[in-house]
Write a protein of this length. Structure first.
Length: 70
């Protein structure tokens, strides 16, 4: 749903920019909402291994740090 919302916001940001006279208030609202929507999308991508070389987290477990040697 978040990715669909990002696509929707991108389309309507373009509409707000192209309409004459330009609707800066609508553009700024959609830009703010898109920046907020990208955060959970990036968290989902990181958790599923789409970002970086980390292994995906499975079964709702959190990754653990390696043991500290004294």
């Amino acid at each position: 749903m978040t990715s669909a919302m990002c696509v929707y916001l991108a389309l309507f940001m373009r509409f707000a920019w192209m309409v004459q006279p330009r609707n800066y208030l609508l553009l700024s609202c959609h830009a703010a909402n898109k920046s907020v929507q990208l955060y959970p999308l990036s968290r989902w991508a990181a958790a599923n291994g789409y970002l970086g070389d980390k292994e995906p987290v499975t079964d709702g477990q959190t990754p653990t740090a390696p043991p500290v040697k004294a």
